[in-house]
Ligand binder design. Structure first.
Ligand code: THU
Length: 132
């Protein structure tokens, strides 16, 4: 599956000298392109950035509209499909369209599909942005 291949490629670029826990995220666009993100850590731990946010911030930085997103696939070497942290759930909820798929996977081949609403029920939103 191309989504998994691309998420693994993203994961290979993770910078994780502290946790050693590498995560990759691959956003599939409607035109078939992928935008990749990896977790990037820092000696000042709080500055570390998760793979999901790296990918979404890269997408926005490149001027790609969120309506172009088909899915985000996230992969790590975890027991089950990787579970996005609370901060990433909040960011995915705001920066992805409601109908986009969130595909969670691990390196053993476990995979599940969900949505940003399922991952973050009753999400915090500013009305002006929610109505857009
Ligand atoms: N991490 C991600 O990049 N995404 C997730 O969904 C879970 C956690 C990162 C943050 C940190 O670099 C490492 O995994 C361990 O928490």
């Amino acid at each position: 599956m191309k989504n998994i291949e691309q998420a693994l490629l993203a994961r290979s670029r993770a910078y994780t000298p502290y946790s050693k826990f590498k995560v990759g995220a691959a956003i599939l666009l409607k035109d078939g392109r992928y935008i990749l993100g990896a977790n990037i850590e820092n000696a000042s731990f709080g500055l570390s950035n998760c793979a999901e946010r790296s990918a979404l911030y890269a997408l926005y930085s490149q001027g790609i509209p969120k309506e172009d997103i088909v899915s985000i696939t996230v992969i790590a070497d975890d027991e089950g499909p990787v579970s996005p942290c609370g901060a990433c759930r909040q960011v995915m909820h705001e920066l992805m369209p409601k109908d986009a798929k969130v595909i969670l996977a691990n390196t053993k081949g476990d995979i599940m599909e969900t949505t940003t609403d399922q991952l973050l029920p009753y999400a915090f939103m500013f009305d002006e942005v929610a109505d857009e």
